[in-house]
Design a protein. Sequence first.
Length: 202
Amino acid sequence: MADKNKKLEKRAQREQERAVKRRQRYTLIFAVIATPAILIAAVVLWQMYGPRETPIETLALAPGECSPPQSVTSYGRGDLPEGTQIPAYTDYPPLSGSHLSAPLANGVLREPLNNSDLSRGVHSLEHGRVIVYYNNLSDAERVQLENLVGAERKVIVAPWTNLKDKVVLAAWTRWQRCNGINDQAVLTFINNNRDKGPEFVP
């Protein structure tokens, strides 16, 4: 009788051990399956409800203040024959895309840019140039800006009457807004983005 009881106890113990192992195995399987799903859900929720960086085009800027520099998506590149219809550029100002075959000349431009000039400007950005667009500057501010960067290598200074800001700094797929002239911001942008276009031209 005692032997029979011992056998029953051992059997019960083995069953209990098997049950524990099954629970452990099921727990491991669940963890392997559930963890990626939980991570994916967390990423989706973060993208939907997490903190968002304010687009720089909507930032209100105090006089003399500049937005942070911002990178944008490239829309490709390619030369267009002269006389071709100018593309409807998505960026403000255009920072990439197909463009007319002749780039803008370096230096200070005094005549307001037209659509063809903007397309040539995209070609200049492709060559690693930086364009300093401006609008609604006083004569004194314009002279200040020209004296600041007019002699910088591979820099173009040009008025654009459709500009909503006083100054916009443009490089290939990168830009920055300024509500006036901020010497440090302008020079920093130029130094950080000059020669960063996809095609190097001396």
